[in-house]
Write a protein that binds this ligand. Structure first.
Ligand SMILES: NC(=O)c1ccc[n+]([C@@H]2O[C@H](COP(=O)([O-])OP(=O)(O)OC[C@H]3O[C@@H](n4cnc5c(N)ncnc54)[C@H](O)[C@@H]3O)[C@@H](O)[C@H]2O)c1
Ligand SMILES: [Zn+2]
Length: 380
């Protein structure tokens, strides 16, 4: 895979879902094209922008300007930033505001923000008047390469994350790579874990390209656009094959069974961002694969080395306060993994590796070898 040398024009990736197919538009300053693209898609449309406080500060004006230039009437709803807004209260606030803004069946809701806003606004659109279409304008790296594509929307229950939701595909995704310039470096890194994931699970050449070009991806520019487009292509292909996760889509959960347990153990707090949990989880999945003899240890080390190189945590011991609060206990982690949506009759589903670029779904993994493996890791 060769590195692009200069900024390209817009890249468009299609998510091929028949009459619900849509485009992911990737490129610098693409936010300016939002209004024209929406007007072309749906003449006479009205819209409400759902966003969070931080994103509003940086990007609401530009979004409104783009819509205004295309003559699209727009109101906005601003929620608090952070996972707390993906709640019943957040859903009520957004839904009531959408009704008050008189958003009707033919209108479009615009989700302007990271994964929290995308999941929340998408779900509100899914249930508003039994379904109003929506547009994703992802503003975090994680949202651009993962959460804005594929149609999973929802909120958290006090009993668990993402337990309430709906499949509701957007009609358009605009990934403006320039908006990532205001994202914190730590948030950018966390999103990068999902970028690397696409290489590890299905594309060795992309992983090797990231090993060589990660500096430029972080700096911005053509390498960043290439990384985002490649990630979106990978996700779009999997979603088109398996929209409802009855098969292949589960591959996207590489690193997530371990990762979710770690996020739960740290209370879904700022101590461990989702992508950081995925980074550690991906290394654990690789090492677990090695312990089962599926890959040589050197392959697991290669995954770890790359993630550590960009500054991501890769070991359980990298989590702040890790030893103090039961995280250091294999049984506690096993109990947290048992709450995962992917558990069936006490057996766990893991995404394991046969090579970098070749992940496989291992259903019905017995808990004992996992527990032994974790005990081992915790001793290290
Ligand atoms: N639907 C899916 O398929 C899917 C997939 C993965 C994750 N998710 C969900 O996504 C959420 C995580 O998404 P996230 O990491 O984007 O979190 P997030 O939406 O909370 O965004 C992270 C932080 O970055 C800020 N931010 C976002 N864009 C910014 C920008 N351009 N400039 C400055 N600040 C900016 C936000 O205000 C927030 O404080 C979780 O709730 C997770 O469950 C959903
Ligand atoms: Zn993820």
């Amino acid at each position: 895979m060769t590195a692009p040398l200069k900024h390209k024009d817009t890249t468009v990736v299609e998510v091929a879902l028949g009459d619900r197919a849509y485009d992911i538009v990737i490129g610098r300053d693409e936010l300016a094209s939002l209004g024209a693209r929406m007007a072309a898609l749906r003449p006479g449309v009205r819209t409400a922008i759902v966003t969070d406080k931080t994103v509003a500060q940086h990007w609401l004006k530009a979004t409104e300007a783009s819509l205004a230039s295309a003559g699209i009437p727009a109101s906005h709803i601003v929620v608090d930033e952070g996972e707390g807004s993906k709640s019943y209260a957040g859903l009520e606030k957004v839904s009531e505001a959408l009704i008050a803004a008189k958003i009707e069946r033919n209108d479009l809701v615009v989700a302007l923000g990271g994964g929290v806003v995308g999941d929340l606004a998408g779900f509100a659109a899914a249930i508003l008047r039994r379904g109003v279409d929506f547009v994703q304008v992802p503003t975090s790296l994680l949202a651009q390469v993962d959460s804005s594509v594929g149609g999973k929307t929802g909120i958290n229950s006090p009993q668990g994350k993402n337990l309430l939701g709906a499949f509701h595909q957007p009609v358009l995704v605009i990934a403006d790579t320039t908006v990532l310039d205001t994202l914190s470096p730590r948030q950018f890194r966390a999103g990068y874990a999902e970028v690397a994931k696409y290489g590890v699970l299905g594309d060795e050449a992309f992983f090797a390209w990231l090993e060589a070009n990660h500096n430029d991806v972080f700096k911005g520019g053509a390498a960043r656009e290439h990384a985002i487009a490649t990630s979106c292509r990978a996700k779009a292909a999997i979603v088109a094959r398996d929209e409802r996760e009855t098969g292949d889509r589960a591959l996207l959960n590489l690193g997530h069974t371990f990762g979710h347990a770690l996020e739960a153990a740290t209370g879904f707090s700022d101590r461990l961002f989702h992508g950081e949990g995925v980074a550690i989880g991906m290394v654990l999945a690789a090492e677990f694969s090695a312990s089962l003899g599926m890959i040589p240890q050197t392959t697991a080390t290669r995954v770890e080395r790359h993630l550590a190189k960009v500054g991501l945590p890769t070991r359980l011991q990298d989590i702040a306060g890790f030893a103090q609060e039961g995280l250091a206990d294999a049984d506690a982690l096993m109990a947290l993994m048992a709450q995962d949506k992917k558990v069936r009759r006490g057996k766990l589903t893991f995404i394991l590796l046969e090579a970098i670029g070749r992940a496989v779904i291992a259903r019905d993994v017995e808990p004992t070898p996992v527990r032994d493996f974790l005990k081992d890791k915790l001793k290290a």
